[in-house]
Ligand binder design. Structure first.
Ligand code: GLC
Length: 498
């Protein structure tokens, strides 16, 4: 009898699907598999492709810092460094009921947030799933769907807040729209380009706040769009609300981006607006676009080039495509496909399931890396359950090592982005907290440690002064705080400028 082992477990994919797997291994194989030595040789090759030396990281940081400066000085740059019209930090005393709508990447979320002051809040929320069709269909229809969900939410949440509205009264809404929008004021935003695989028509180049207001009117909702924000800006403000040491916020999710607080005097491209140079304003960097089109600074492998070429936006979001959850699984899948084509992996097996683009979820990388068993039972489960493929231990160890290389590169590149803001703002000596959120940061094992290790490789021991931590919910709570700050400014007659 061949020795056989069993394993079982369950996990949730980024698509929200929960999967239970039961696996059983068999030692005796009649399929031809790559030897341990072959896998080790291949691994060495990938190690050299995906590894970033500290020296290379410092070069990236230098170019990144210059790019950030350029975006502040000149309009319409690749990394647009978007002024958000969020002026300064919250006091922590913001209070009241606010609605927040979050259109991020995977879901649509509606929240009712009650800010209680002293950095405290309560939140109730509902998530709605977005279909692939909705992401590609007409933009106005997408906003109509948002308004419809808001309508359902307000109707059903007749308890605190929404239910207590007096006739003629409206609830302020913060709309977290997490795509690059150039803003002239806080309740305005022209979509520069879709990112994260979205492609809804008739939206790029248009004011999405206006489009959304049109949808709100259709449903005659007692809601007033007070602020249009990015998830990074929301995260920055929400994190500072509870942890005033926070100076930078980063999202590591379907997309990757950062925001920080800048001195208005340094945003020279908006000098003509006459805003008090002594004021502070949050900047949405849209750093995912770093090195787009020219590809001069980032170490792209041929797999990254394929991911880019076959995306709906070739050339764009070059930095994001090396880091974010939307792409890491696909990068690993492309390496496996190459080894299949070379006749190294899965000889004699039908690999069609693995040949489908984007079928390898980034959650699989997390799961492979966190598999605690010697046999790598989780890896067996993934390959048999999802791809109907038999694997040997040597192959599974290789897959896991590959996941580690790709995940580690993503974390180290992220460290380069953080280091660029830290250098630009001179935060290294005094140190700062970086509020971070998103599935990659929250669920990928060791991601934060690798970012920290990267910061030390760049800055030496002082890199320890820069610490990331799990941020507050920026798209919900942050959005509400910004709506509250904006309302306060409006009531004080300070709508556009300081
Ligand atoms: C993409 C978007 C950006 C967002 C990020 C994280 O990079 O362009 O606006 O902040 O994803 O969601």
């Amino acid at each position: 009898m061949p020795a056989s082992r069993r394993g079982s477990g369950s996990f949730t994919l980024t698509t929200g699907q929960t999967i239970a797997i039961h696996t059983r291994t068999q030692d005796e194989e009649d399929l031809p598999h790559a030897t341990k030595k072959t896998m080790a040789d291949h691994l060495r090759k990938y190690e050299s492709l995906f590894t970033l030396t500290p020296q290379r990281m410092r070069m990236i940081v230098e170019a990144f810092t210059e790019t950030l400066e350029l975006g502040l000085n000149k309009p319409n740059q690749i990394v647009p460094m978007i002024p958000t019209y969020v002026f300064g930090w919250p006091t922590g005393q913001e209070k009241g009921d606010f609605l927040a709508l979050d259109l991020g990447g995977t879901n649509l979320r509606v929240c009712l947030v009650t800010l209680q002051g002293d950095g405290k809040f309560e939140i109730s929320q509902t998530k709605y799933r977005l279909t692939e069709e909705q992401k590609q269909d007409d933009g106005q229809k997408l906003f109509d769907f948002c308004a419809e969900c808001l309508h359902t939410f307000v109707e059903t949440n007749t308890g605190e807040g929404a239910g207590q509205l007096k006739p003629g009264q409206s609830l302020p809404l913060g709309f977290t729209f997490s795509y690059p929008c150039s803003q002239e004021r806080i309740d305005h935003g022209e979509l520069i380009r879709w990112t994260k695989g979205f492609g809804a028509g008739n939206t790029e180049g248009r004011d999405v706040a206006e489009m959304f207001k049109k949808s709100l009117e259709k449903y005659q909702l007692p809601i007033k769009l007070t602020a249009l924000i990015n998830d990074t800006t929301g995260t920055l403000i929400a994190s500072h609300y509870v942890n005033p040491k926070t100076k930078i916020a980063v999202i590591f999710g379907t997309g990757c981006n950062a925001a920080y607080m800048e001195n208005v005097k340094n945003i020279t491209k908006i000098e003509h607006l006459g805003i008090d140079p002594g004021a502070e304003m949050a900047i949405n960097c849209e750093w995912g676009a770093f090195d787009s089109f020219e590809h001069e600074h980032l170490p792209r492998t041929k797999y990254d080039t394929v991911v880019d070429d076959t995306s709906n936006k070739p050339g764009e979001q070059a930095f994001e495509k090396l880091i974010s959850g939307r792409y890491l699984g696909e990068i690993l899948r492309l390496v496996l496909c190459e080894l299949i084509d070379e006749g190294v992996l899965f000889l004699g097996q039908n690999t069609y399931k693995l040949e489908k683009p984007y079928c390898f979820d980034t959650a699989f990388l997390s799961l492979m890396e966190s598999d605690p068993t010697d046999e790598l039972l989780m890896v067996i489960g993934i390959f048999t359950h999802f791809f109907a493929l038999e694997t040997t231990l040597a192959e599974r160890q290789f897959f896991r090592a590959l996941a580690k290389l790709i995940g580690r590169r993503a974390a180290r590149l992220s460290a380069c982005g953080i280091a660029a803001i830290v250098s630009k703002m001179n935060y290294l000596d005094e140190g700062c907290s970086v509020g971070a959120d998103g599935s990659l940061y929250n669920k990928y094992p060791g991601f934060a440690d690798r970012v920290h290790e990267g910061l030390q490789d760049i800055f030496g021991d002082k890199g320890r002064n820069i610490v990331t931590y799990h941020a507050e919910d920026g798209s919900g709570v942050g959005s509400a705080i910004i709506a509250a700050m904006t309302k306060h400014r409006k009531d004080a007659g300070l709508y556009l400028n300081v």
